[in-house]
Design a protein around this ligand. Structure first.
Ligand code: CIR
Length: 256
């Protein structure tokens, strides 16, 4: 099995102006964000993941959140049309890189879709109907997917993946305050508690579950399922409303 690839982009100085509703949005420490991003990349490498860097772009403060630019599908990738106009140009520098991996599809207006709303669980793709993704965006994704695409209303927070993570098999982490767990029949679920909501966004590669540091109950639940939690300092990205998955676009391992 070939290794997965993570496409990432280091934050630029303009990251301190990222879009955010977080109460500490104005207190982003750029140097600490850079350090945390480097540690993130090293952690992914420790899970046998190849890293491809996109160029840092100062004109787009949220450029570090590459997950939102693209949906990686089985044999193709869908370039997202982000609702936030200040983010729409982020994709331009990514397209030539993505083209080396997969053929690309594009969305037409009025569709809007952020990659952070698209949760692929193997058999089914769940898509958040959220502040950023509209029904037209979901319909367009559905039209090019071979799997069922199921819209899920996001009750609170930015994206579906801020509230639900897929850990492989039939296992999900869910923040029940942000999405109704009844939308995921047939899944085993780990429910995050109210004071651990930020940790609902985790990234699983092989048996490692990358999660924000400081959420011991969720870390224990992950261990109890035979998976290995890998805790990452995420404070500066949390202040910009971003989580662990937002910092990479994962092109899964290809069976040999
Ligand atoms: C934004 O509001 O677009 C960024 N500040 C945060 C994006 C986080 N991305 C994600 O959850 N996939």
């Amino acid at each position: 099995m070939a290794n997965p690839t993570a496409i990432v982009r280091a934050p630029g100085q303009s990251f301190i102006q990222a879009i955010s509703k977080h109460p500490e949005a104005k207190a982003i420490d750029f140097d600490l964000a850079k350090t945390q991003h480097k540690a993130y990349v090293l952690a992914l490498q420790s899970a046998d993941t190849n890293i491809t860097f996109l160029e840092t772009i100062e004109s787009f403060p949220d450029g570090v959140f590459v997950e939102d630019t693209t949906v990686i599908l089985k044999n193709r990738a869908l370039i997202c049309r982000m609702k936030e106009t200040t983010r729409q140009g982020e994709i331009d520098s990514a397209i030539p890189v993505l083209k080396k991996f997969l053929p690309l599809d594009y969305l037409d207006p009025p569709a809007t879709l952020d990659g952070g709303d698209v949760l692929d669980t193997g058999e089914t793709i769940f898509v958040g109907l959220s502040e950023r993704t509209n029904q037209e965006g979901i319909d367009a994704l559905s039209a090019i997917c071979s799997k069922p695409v199921v819209p899920i209303e996001v009750l609170q927070g930015l994206h579906l993946k801020s509230a639900v993570s897929f850990l492989g098999g039939k296992l999900l982490i869910i923040d029940p305050l942000s999405v109704d767990p009844q939308h995921f029949p047939g899944f085993e679920t780990i429910m995050v508690q109210e004071d651990e909501r930020y940790a609902a966004n985790c990234l699983t590669i092989w048996h490692k579950v990358f999660m924000p540091a400081g959420f011991p109950r969720l870390a224990r639940e992950i261990c109890n399922r035979g998976l290995q939690p890998v805790e990452l300092e995420m404070s500066e990205f949390e202040k910009a409303d971003g989580g662990v998955t937002c910092l990479s676009l994962i092109i899964p391992a290809i069976p040999a």
